[in-house]
Design a binder for this molecule. Structure first.
Ligand SMILES: [Zn+2]
Length: 385
């Protein structure tokens, strides 16, 4: 059905690499990973007015055998706020943040743009809990920087803009992270002086760049790869997430939420790094570091044993290698290698027999060279950088 995707081994390796980058950056700002239940309890969401179809129209709803209504979560403010009532009592318990990488569900009327907007998709959702707005703002800025690091490591840094969007109820703006691509569904206006954009939805209220006052004359299509929101005390007020401050006063916890869609990111990376017949993954997320193609010809055994030696040497050095030893034509192997998208391709074949060299093609920067197989250490060194 539309809007639903399965991941095979190469795709899953790539997705897990994206998740690893996200985890490292969220951990680096002190956030702790958790995993909440997908099944959601109607009562909790009715309390915040987010269960009814006229309020939220993307629920997948079902029933337990007992007749109790449940839904499949599309976000997790309610259950997390509710759960934390047992863990937050005093100002000493704050601030902190927590995140999960979990499958979310949205019953979209029309699922489109392939993997970019699914009915079932992977989401990294992070939530912050602070004593006051000032403390919240510090975390919010840290999260913004961590997000930019994630997009930078995924090779999207140049094309990704912090974008001012229509705010939640607790701040003038929220921030989206928009990556420029013709496949994007959003229109953003880019500042002519700094690396910031404004979503077209709010251009009427915001004719100039909110950061530097520059002109917003340049329109582009973008895909939203992340967003961050200040939630204020909306959820903590209703669900009773309070703490006692230094002066003994009871106060509501100030919250924020921060989303990144790893599966949508994967689609965006492909949009930016592919054409009809080839993909080149950024090195951080590629399913393998090196793709060895052996072309056997007549002296097959000699090439095979040299290729296997190379494979072992690279593995020992901690380089992840995909070795194409299938019994098919060289043309088919090259065509598959183009589509699999591993950034470094090594060919071992006739030239090895003639000159003892392997052909190394760094597909992401166009560098091609012949390397003596006995000098493979220098290749390993270059790859480890
Ligand atoms: Zn600007």
């Amino acid at each position: 059905m539309a809007g639903v995707y399965d991941y095979l081994p190469l795709g899953l390796l790539t997705l897990n690499n994206i998740n690893r980058v996200i985890r490292e950056e969220m951990n680096s700002i002190g956030s702790q990973e958790i995993l909440l239940s997908t099944l959601q309890n109607q009562e909790l969401w009715s309390a915040t007015n987010r269960w009814q179809d006229d309020q939220v129209d993307v629920w997948f709803k079902t029933e337990l055998r007992t007749g109790t209504s449940v839904g499949l979560g599309f976000t997790h403010e309610e259950p997390l706020t509710n759960l934390l009532r047992d863990h937050v009592n005093s100002y000493r318990d704050l601030p902190f943040s927590t995140y999960q990488i979990q499958t979310k569900f949205r019953n979209e009327t029309r699922a489109k743009s392939g993997i970019m907007r699914g009915r079932e998709f992977l989401m990294k959702d992070m939530y912050s809990f602070s004593k006051n707005e000032e403390e919240h703002n510090v975390f919010y800025e840290n999260a913004k920087r961590a997000y930019l690091k994630v997009f930078g490591r995924l090779g999207l840094g140049q094309k990704t803009y912090v974008t001012f969007a229509a705010g939640g109820s607790f701040s003038k703006y929220s921030h989206e992270f928009q990556t420029l691509t013709s496949a994007g569904e959003d229109t953003i206006s880019i500042c002519d002086k700094c690396h910031v954009a404004v979503n077209k939805e709010i251009i009427a209220d915001q004719p100039n760049c909110p950061v530097c006052g520059g002109n917003l004359s340049h329109e582009e299509k973008g895909v939203e790869v992340g967003n961050i929101f200040s939630l204020g005390t909306r959820f903590s007020d209703i669900l009773g997430l309070n703490f006692v401050d230094e002066g003994g006063q009871k106060k509501a916890v100030v919250m924020g939420c921060y989303g990144i869609g790893p599966s949508r990111l994967m689609g965006t990376i492909i949009e930016l790094n592919s054409n009809e017949s080839s993909v080149v993954w950024p090195r951080e997320v590629a399913p393998f570091d090196v793709h060895i193609i052996e072309i056997l010809g007549k002296e097959g055994e000699e090439i095979r044993s040299a290729g296997e030696g190379l494979y072992d040497a690279l593995k020992r050095a901690g380089v992840d290698v995909l070795y194409d030893d299938r019994n098919i034509s060289a043309g088919e192997k090259f065509a598959d290698a183009d589509l699999i998208g591993i950034p470094v391709r090594v060919v071992i074949g006739r030239k090895y027999l003639e000159k003892g060299v392997i052909e190394v093609n760094e597909r992401d920067n166009g560098k091609e060279q012949e390397v003596l197989l006995k000098d493979v250490d220098s290749l390993v060194e270059a790859l480890q950088k």
